[in-house]
Design a protein around this ligand. Structure first.
Ligand code: 2BA
Length: 109
């Protein structure tokens, strides 16, 4: 058995969960946030048989689109003195960041 962790955009998570359930994948949703942008994202946890992982990853890839997000950075001191101005930069945030882990044991009580 494998455990798939998929970090996705908040606003794509509900649709993806719905599609996963329709395709017989059990899923749990965690509210998370990225360490770099410090904004909310969603981590979906899915335990599944090893031979279903590629189908699950395809489903995730098809339903999660990447986008550009502005990263607000710390303020920069102006060379003229007397002030600070905010410096923003853009980063491409992936549609989904996925980890596939081996599961030692799976129990339901
Ligand atoms: P964040 O950490 O908020 O990162 C958002 C996006 O910022 C990343 O998109 C990447 O394009 C950029 N970024 C992240 N760290 C950077 C750095 N040190 N320097 C420059 N740019 C950087 P993604 O790579 O698509 O990641 C989306 C989210 O997935 C991340 O949100 C984080 O929550 C998670 N993630 C990505 N890689 C991870 C990893 N190796 N371990 C754990 N979580 C990860």
């Amino acid at each position: 058995m494998k455990l798939v962790l998929a970090i996705v955009h908040d606003d794509q998570a509900n649709d993806l969960m719905h599609i996963m359930s329709e395709n017989d994948f059990s899923v749990t949703k965690l509210a998370t946030s990225g360490g770099f942008l410090r904004t909310a994202n969603t981590t979906l946890i899915c335990g599944t048989e090893a031979d279903k992982v590629s189908a699950l990853l395809e489903l995730i890839e098809r339903n999660c689109k990447s986008r550009t997000q502005v990263r607000p950075s710390s303020q920069v001191h102006t060379p003229m003195g007397g002030g600070f101005f905010p410096l923003a930069s853009e980063v491409v945030v992936g549609g989904a960041t996925c980890f596939v882990l081996d599961v030692d044991q799976f129990c339901k009580f």
